[in-house]
Design a protein around this ligand. Structure first.
Ligand code: HEC
Ligand code: HEC
Length: 219
């Protein structure tokens, strides 16, 4: 018997209700020569290996702040380990043209050759993240998890692993995340991204502390 639309419609609606909420991970990465060069290196085994080796050498310099293998030991300096290489490259381009402000990194990027920037991004993307235990306490972490799963997961993913356009958050430095969320919310000028201005607009200071504690504890 042929089913009519009215007969199957309730089923379709139920499926839509039960389906997991969709991600908003659709934003497209800007197509710059550097991004193209990175994608070429990713696609070629020999280029890939050479870039990771070069990135490892450069990392001895970055380690002063970003820690061994990109697991930072300075509270306000981000981990680079485990980030998507395209995301890292995208942030470097933002430092280079002043869309992201931090004097030291702006100067450093100008002193680096394009191939070195690509090699660093490819090296750090491969490094495992060492998650630290948040000193904030289990109750605040649990509160942060609820908030994260309401708002942040849509772009950063349920497990906080990020993508080419959205930062990996899992295991990120608690203090750095707190500082960064305040900057987006308060429009202090160091970071600008319309997605994050919108996402932090309704956060109070406690929401920020809770979410940062949860993020730091995510594996
Ligand atoms: C003197 C300390 C210092 C050194 C050395 C340093 N960085 Fe940084 N870097 C920072 C700080 C601090 C930030 C965060 C800036 C902010 O608050 O936005 C940062 C941010 C970054 C980011 C953005 C990360 C994110 O999660 O958005 C990238 C990528 C980066 N650095 C790459 C490098 C590389 C590659 C090197 C070595 C070639 C390096 N940095 C050396 C201090 C340093
Ligand atoms: C609509 C998509 C979207 C949502 C929802 C969203 N973010 Fe983001 N987030 C982004 C984008 C895009 C960036 C990169 C922004 C930039 O270039 O500065 C980012 C960057 C960040 C960063 C900086 C990471 C780094 O390594 O420097 C943090 C921290 C962050 N988001 C936390 C959150 C938290 C916490 C929530 C939930 C309250 C959230 N985000 C919700 C899109 C989103």
């Amino acid at each position: 018997m042929k089913k009519t639309l009215t007969a199957i419609l309730p089923g379709i609606l139920l499926c839509a209700l039960l389906a997991p909420p969709a991600f908003a991970q659709t934003s497209v990465v800007e197509d710059t020569p550097l991004i193209r060069q990175l994608r070429n290196a990713q696609a070629d085994y020999a280029l890939n290996q050479a870039a990771v080796r070069q990135g490892a050498k450069l990392a001895t310099f970055c380690a002063n702040c970003h820690g061994d293998n990109g697991n930072s030991t300075h509270p306000d300096t981000p981990n680079l380990a485990g980030q998507n290489p395209i995301y890292l490259l995208g942030q470097t381009l933002k430092f280079a043209d002043g869309r992201r402000r931090y004097e030291w990194m702006e100067g450093l990027i100008k002193a680096m050759k394009p191939q070195e920037i690509i090699a660093s991004a490819m090296f750090y993307a491969r490094q495992p993240v060492t998650t630290k235990i948040s000193p904030a306490g289990a109750a605040l972490v649990a509160q942060g998890k609820v908030y994260y799963e309401k708002v942040c997961f849509r772009c950063h993913g349920p497990d906080g692993r990020g993508s080419e356009t959205y930062a990996r958050l899992a295991g990120q430095q608690e203090s750095y995340v707190t500082l960064t969320l305040h900057r987006y919310r308060d429009g202090t000028g160091e970071r600008t991204a319309p997605e994050m201005t919108t996402s932090t607009k309704l956060m109070n200071d406690e929401d920020i502390r809770a979410v940062a504690a949860y993020i730091a504890s995510m594996k």
